[in-house]
Ligand binder design. Structure first.
Ligand code: GUN
Length: 288
């Protein structure tokens, strides 16, 4: 079997086109341009690249982009006063504080300071609670992108066995909630899970979000399963240039899976597209 390659880049372009149309119609109907504020405190080079991409794509969709690039030593008080001013700013509909934060800042404390109506990451406990109770919430962008990709190849998720490897607040837990809301039978595997390989082999839908390069091999995968690879890991190559790989060994897994996302070009591009879609949604809610 050779798996269908799920093209996250093409899908993300489609979502961004829809968002651009939505921006134009909100401008025409209410004179409102959605605005997204991104806050980066210190940050490694990967975070800086993510933030640059977010700013560029926000503007490309016709939205207003605000960014605050802060020194790694920024105090809690200084960060909180920026968040307060963004909460109060009518031009800002979405606020994203890039994670991880430097050690002296508590990410939960910072996220709780964001107005839940502007929490386009869906990380505020109010939005997390809504998600787990099937309510109206902002859904974290990476899991939302994965769900859209999954539905593009399998509209009938109900009753399927889903295994999510990884229990982070950013991906694993919200992904499990989304799959549960679609009536899948869901297991969350993590570093303490016993017989991980055999747990994964039960999955009709396997989501890998652990940050371990090419950990998932062909013999971890049920024949015909749908595999969504959220990992983005840089590995050394013989030519010294290095390359990005996922948590799944793509070439090996493709021999067994029914459909699989590549890295790069899988859930990654969908994350920013979903962030823009959430920001448009926040702006629409602000006028309704
Ligand atoms: N760091 C890695 N992924 C994300 C994300 O989706 N949102 C935020 N705020 N930080 C991240």
């Amino acid at each position: 079997m050779t798996a269908t390659r799920i093209d996250g880049k093409a899908f993300a372009e489609k979502v961004c086109d829809e968002v651009s149309e939505g921006v134009k119609s909100l401008q025409a109907s209410h004179g409102v341009t959605p605005g997204l504020a991104v806050v980066l405190v210190g940050g490694d080079s990967a975070s800086q690249v993510y933030v640059r991409n977010k700013v560029r794509q926000t503007e490309a969709c016709g939205m207003k982009s605000f960014h605050h690039i802060l020194d790694a030593t920024t105090s809690r008080g200084a960060l909180m006063s920026i968040i307060e001013s963004l909460n109060a700013d009518p031009e800002v509909h979405g606020i994203l504080v890039q994670l991880p934060l430097p050690d002296h800042l508590d990410s939960r404390d910072v996220i709780e300071a964001i107005d839940p109506a502007k929490d386009v990451d869906g990380f505020h406990t109010s939005n997390v609670g809504e998600l787990w109770t099937s309510g109206e919430s902002f859904i974290p962008c990476t899991p939302l992108g994965c769900l859209k990709l999954l539905k593009s190849v399998e509209p009938n998720i109900a009753g399927k066995n889903a295994v999510v490897i990884g229990r982070s607040n950013i991906v694993g837990r919200p992904m499990a909630a989304l799959l549960l809301n679609e009536s899948a039978t869901v297991a969350i595997a993590h570093s303490k899970t016993q017989n991980l390989q055999s747990v994964c082999r039960q999955a009709d839908i396997l989501v890998a979000a652990v940050g371990r390069p090419q950990m998932v091999k062909a013999d971890w995968i049920k024949p015909g399963a749908i595999v969504l690879d959220v990992g983005i890991n840089r590995i050394e190559t013989d030519d010294g240039k290095g390359k990005l790989v996922g948590d799944v060994d793509f070439d090996d897994a493709s021999k067994v899976a029914g459909a699989i996302t590549p890295v790069p070009g899988g859930p990654g591009p969908m994350t920013i597209a979903c962030l823009l879609a959430n920001t448009l949604e926040a702006a629409k809610r602000s006028v309704s």
